[in-house]
Design a binder for this molecule. Structure first.
Ligand SMILES: [Zn+2]
Length: 432
């Protein structure tokens, strides 16, 4: 046994119930035994090679950040506040021109910030796949979703070929690290705990053909597929009617829209109703739809019918001053609710407690729902098992009370120190 961890409070990833005086036994990447009651003959040290014996501590499933762009982290504090979405996009495109060394330093910092915030897995959208090696270096798990975009359907195959090249490049990195265990190019091995997926960017930037290629690949291979949709009013206007500030922006970027008159429907109706229908089953947790800020009435029927994961980014949402997020309607539609940070180009932090605190300002929010969205629901989307040793141990907040929800509420109202965290059984953070 690698670790025996005793904590006074434990929120079980399988049931999300609070248990008291718990000993967790960790072997490899798994929690192999949970002893409730906390008493063992001979003490903890006989149980495992390493022991963490923590009074006044609560162990939660490690946080899952379900939407990040780590390769924009170098823009932290660089983009002025108060921009509309079509004004913000060019600033970010300009930021992508900065030297690769800056980009990589930003990703490295972002991984460190994430670990310090108790995050153990990230669903990162990545243009060049650069985050994979940084996630692995910091012991974080997750999925690097390779971003593909392009308005011209004729270019779709080229965009997918570029994504495949990135996969092969990453695979070589695996080969270097894993040696003979890496397999061969026909059967790429995943970095331990870091897999890849696909991300067609958004309905206003990505052709139907490219969506179908990317989703076909992701669904066919059982991978995560994630996508920005219904993010702004400008997107809704452009997709429905073909005009507005996004049309002007895309024209300025050199896209030929001369024959485009809009699709006549909302972005979600176009995506779920028209474009993705062939791939959708009864529930689709590995399809992660990001934002959905402007989901409309008929859209909720499509969401209820397909049950995807839907990721709300509370602080980025506040940054753009969007209308109130449709939390009650999402709950009613039964989607797998997730929370994400989005990038540091529209957020000041990457800690999920900060996202929960922002989300908790929503009048319809419930504290346990928000903690589930950032832990067990994220695991479901990324395919992380209940018994994965992805855990974050926090100092018990004052006024924790006797129930799970009073404890979680107290975590929002107090500064709570991260004592330790494990990702796939590796100790990745430890307060001294
Ligand atoms: Zn995003």
């Amino acid at each position: 046994m690698d670790y025996a961890v005793r904590v006074s409070h434990f929120v079980d990833p399988a049931t999300f119930e609070l248990q008291r005086d718990v000993i967790l036994l960790i072997s490899g990447s798994r929690v192999v035994e949970i002893i409730v009651g906390g008493e063992v003959s001979g003490g903890l040290s006989g149980l495992a090679e390493h022991v963490l014996d923590l009074d006044n501590a609560v162990c939660l499933p490690g946080f899952v950040n379900s939407h990040a762009h780590l390769d924009l982290s170098h823009l932290h504090g660089q983009v002025p506040r108060g921009l509309t979405f079509p004004e913000w996009v060019p600033a970010v495109i300009a930021g992508r021109m900065l030297p690769q060394a800056m980009v990589e330093a930003g990703i490295d910092d972002a991984c460190r910030m994430s670990v310090a915030g108790g995050t153990t897995s990230i669903l990162d959208i990545s243009v060049g796949g650069d985050s994979a090696k940084h996630l692995a270096k910091h012991g974080l798990g997750g999925v690097v979703a390779l971003e593909v975009l392009g308005w011209s359907g004729d270019e779709a195959e080229k965009a997918m070929a570029r994504a495949d090249e990135i996969v092969r490049a990453r695979f070589e990195l695996d080969a270097e690290r894993l040696g003979k265990d890496a397999g061969d190019a026909a059967a790429p091995a995943a970095l331990a705990g870091v897999d890849y997926g696909f991300s067609p960017h958004a309905p206003y930037s990505t052709s139907l053909e490219l969506y179908q290629h990317a989703f076909g690949r992701a669904f066919g291979e059982g991978r995560v597929c994630t996508n920005h949709v219904a993010e702004s009013l400008e997107e809704e206007q452009f997709i429905r009617d073909g005009n507005g500030p996004l049309r002007e922006l895309l024209s300025k970027l050199g896209i030929d829209l001369s024959s485009f008159k809009g699709f006549g429907v909302t972005p979600l109706a176009m995506l779920l109703g028209d474009w993705l229908m062939p791939w959708l089953g009864a529930d689709n947790h590995r399809l992660v739809l990001v934002h959905c800020n402007y989901a409309r009435e008929a859209d909720f029927e499509l969401l209820a019918a397909s049950k995807p994961s839907v990721c709300w980014c509370p602080r980025s949402h506040a940054y753009f001053n969007h209308a109130q997020w449709p939390l009650a309607q999402m709950r009613q539609a039964g989607v797998n609710l997730l929370l994400g940070t989005d990038s540091l180009a529209s957020n000041d932090g990457l800690d999920m407690l900060g996202e929960i605190r922002q989300a908790a300002l929503h009048p319809e929010s419930e504290v346990s729902e928000l903690f589930k969205a950032t832990t067990v629901n994220g695991r479901r989307a990324l395919g992380i098992e209940h018994d994965a040793a992805d855990l974050a141990i926090w100092g018990l907040p004052s006024g924790a009370g006797n129930t799970r929800d009073s404890l979680l509420q107290a975590m929002l109202e107090n500064e709570v120190p991260l004592i330790a965290s494990f990702s796939r059984g590796n100790l990745i953070a430890r307060a001294i």
